[in-house]
Structure formats: C-alpha cells, structure tokens
Ligand binder design. Structure first.
Ligand SMILES: Nc1nc2c(ncn2[C@@H]2O[C@H](COP(=O)(O)OP(=O)(O)OP(=O)(O)O)[C@@H](O)[C@H]2O)c(=O)[nH]1
Length: 384
C-alpha cells in the first residue's frame, strides 16, 4: 500500500457545517465515471479548494495520475480490499489532512473521497462517525453513486458491491446516457429505485452534473442508514469505534468473513439491504476479480500496442471489467492514456512527458479469469 500525499487541489460550494469540514464520498462501480466527475469538480471555476483522497484497486498508482492538476496533490490508497483496512487508512489520512488546517487560514474547504469501484461505501462512510477525532472535525455531506447506464444491469446481477453502492447513495448519477436507449435508461432507473427508493437520480453524460447536485448537499441521512444498519455508528467489536488497521492481521486474500474465526466482522460488514454472505463465498471481489498491474521501462510500439489492446478487448472484454494505463509510445512526446470498460475503449494522447518525469508504461487490468502471464507477455511483446 502506498500513500502519496497530498493536499488541496482545487477549488464548488461546500457547506461548512458548524466549522466542520464537509466530506463528499464518490462511489460507483469500476469505470462508472467517478474520476470524470472528480476532474469536473477540480477544474470548474468555483473558488473553493478540495482535498482529494483516492482509493485505488491495483498496485500501480494510475488513478492519481489521471486526476487533473493533482500530480502531487492526491492521497492515494492502493489497498485491494477496502472493507477492512480502509477505515484505519482513511482515518490516518484524514487526520493528517486536518493537521494542515490553520485557524483563519484553511488549506482546503472540503474533502472528496473517491472510492475504488469495488468498494462497499458503508465502511468508508462509517469512518466519519466512529472515530472521535475525525467526527469532531468533519461532517459527511453525502454519498454520491455514479452508475454506468450501459453496464450497470449486469453488475447489479453479479456484484454485491454494485448493489450496495446504489443502496447506500444519497444521490445517484445515472451516467453514460449516450450509451443507452431511452427504454434502457427507464429500465435501469426502475431497478435503481427498487434498491434505493429515496435518492434522487440525476442523468448525466460524461458526469456533467451541476456541481451543486453533488457538493454541499447536506444529504447524508444517518437516520435512514440506521434504519437499515442499526450498528452503523456503534460497531459492536468492543473497543471504542473499533477500526481495522494493519494490526488486525488478516490476510485479505483468504479472508473469510464467516464469523467463526474468533474475530467478529459484523461491524464492518453489516450491509444496508441484504444479509452478507461473507462466510459462504468470501469476498466476491477478492475471490474472482483480480487486478493485474503491468509496467515496462521501454517505450512501446504504438501500432502494436493498439492492435494488441483491440484484440484483447475483443476476445476478453466480457471478463475485463476495467483497464487503464499510461503508455510511453515510441517516437511520441506525449503520454498515451487509455481507458476501457469491457469492450469500450478510449485512448488519448495527453500532456507531454515532463522533463524529469520517469517515462514508463503502466497499465492495470481488472477482471475475472484473467491470465496474468499471457497479459504480461502480450504487453511486453508490444515493446518497440
Ligand atoms: N461514452 C461515455 N463514456 C464515458 C462517460 N463518462 C465517462 N466515460 C468514460 O468511461 C471511462 C471510465 O471513466 P472514469 O471516470 O475513469 O470512471 P471511474 O469510475 O473513475 O473508473 P474507476 O476509477 O476505474 O472505477 C473513461 O474512458 C471515460 O472517458 C459518458 O457519459 N459516456
């Protein structure tokens, strides 16, 4: 796990409730449009400063690099399994951020947390209620869930996290409306409504929602959450606001959440709308979804790389939930950034490599039944 530090990166309209710093949690399944929204927030001219915390799945930091104008200004937490470690990390990061605040001279006006697409937002939100220090200084403003109009139906079928993200939302952004028909959008909305009858649903393309629909809402409704999750603010583990951290000592990969191993996880895993079957199947996202990070310090041949990626997505796009990377292309001074959600691929030559910047290619593939050796061989085979 690495944390690259940071601080305020930008400037919309947070409400400073009772002197507490408002916190907005952006969640949504892999590729739903969270970073796109975050970049909108950070680039819009609103005169406010935001501290951003990005929680990323995968070993190589790519997300923080894709957040605009924030090279050194994003906290990144690359832990694969969010449910048990994030609160310890998040508390540490938030506490560190709060230390930068000086009376009369705030370093930032609000905090935005972008969770990994595989996270249940519950424990993230819980952080702002169970730790006394954090609770005294911050106020959870809202949990906004981004939904990919094209892919969400399949994800609601096969991913508990996707359902939890929707169930937990104070506001839902139905994004990528350009990729779905009007009938499909209505069907998605009906499904979202069944999971979450209360949260307003806002339709968007490229996450183009007015920022006052996301920030400064004062929308987090603790009473609603307590109705569905009574121990939300009172984790029954014994210790005051018990938080999982590195001392918890469980291995994430064979982390079984049955409550038979003398370590009650109920507090971290009590979920909003469904009984959690941790004991039975372990973590869906841990068991069958994996992230594969690839990197190469030599430039890639642009044509070879594009052909390889096209073929890969064509053949395995069903299993590739998400892919993204920053590529050093031979003969090109700009960074090639590619993004894929299943078979939908976008690539863009973005800014030039910095003079002192390490020029390397890195990519992450997140999905099911991925053959790491084959992916690595294919990627490295694109070397110029
Ligand atoms: N067609 C279309 N593409 C979109 C829209 N919004 C975002 N995208 C693209 O979808 C891909 C994923 O967007 P991101 O904003 O990176 O999604 P994310 O939720 O941050 O992804 P993860 O952090 O990996 O979970 C990118 O290629 C975006 O350009 C949209 O409304 N329509």
């Amino acid at each position: 796990m690495t944390d690259t530090l940071a601080a305020p990166v930008s400037t919309a309209a947070p409400q400073n409730s009772g002197g507490k710093i408002p916190v907005t949690v952006l969640t949504g399944y892999l590729g739903a449009g969270k970073t796109t929204l975050l970049n909108r927030i950070l680039t819009e001219d609103h005169g406010k400063r935001y501290a951003v915390i990005v929680n990323e799945f995968g070993e190589i930091g790519i997300d923080n690099d894709l957040v605009v104008g924030a090279d050194e200004d994003v906290f990144e937490m690359n832990n694969g399994c969010v449910c048990c470690t994030v609160r310890g990390d998040l508390i540490r990061v938030v506490a560190g951020l709060m230390k930068r605040q000086r009376p009369g001279k705030p370093a930032f006006d609000a905090i935005i947390v972008e969770t990994t697409g595989l996270a249940d937002p519950g424990p993230v939100a819980q952080t702002f209620f169970v730790d006394e220090d954090v609770k005294a200084k911050t106020q959870l403003d809202s949990v906004t869930t981004l939904v990919d109009a094209k892919h969400v139906m399949a994800r609601l079928d096969d991913s508990k996290e996707a359902r939890e993200q929707v169930a937990f939302a104070d506001r839902i952004i139905l994004n990528k409306v350009d990729l779905a028909t009007a009938e499909e959008l209505d069907a998605v909305e009906t499904r979202l409504r069944a999971l979450n009858p209360l949260a307003p649903i806002v339709r968007a393309e490229r996450s183009n929602v007015p920022l006052d629909q996301v920030l400064g809402l004062g929308a987090f409704d603790l009473d609603r959450i307590l109705e569905v999750q009574p121990d939300f603010v009172n984790p029954p583990h014994g210790a005051d606001g018990h938080v999982h951290d590195e001392h918890c000592g469980h291995d994430h990969h064979d982390h079984e959440h049955g409550h038979d191993h003398g370590h009650d996880h109920a507090h971290a895993h009590a979920h909003a709308h469904e009984a959690h079957s941790h004991g039975a199947r372990g973590h869906a996202h841990q068991d069958d979804i994996k992230g594969i990070s690839l990197s190469l310090d030599r430039p890639l041949d642009g044509a070879k790389f594009t052909a390889w990626l096209d073929r890969l997505l064509g053949e395995q796009g069903q299993n590739i939930l998400r892919a993204k990377g920053i590529i050093d292309v031979q003969g090109e001074n700009r960074r090639l950034v590619f993004q894929a959600v299943h078979m939908i691929l976008e690539g863009d030559l973005q800014r030039a490599w910095g003079e002192n910047e390490r020029r390397w290619s890195r990519a992450v593939f997140i999905g099911r039944e991925l053959d790491e050796a084959a992916l690595r061989a294919g990627f490295e085979g694109c070397a110029a």
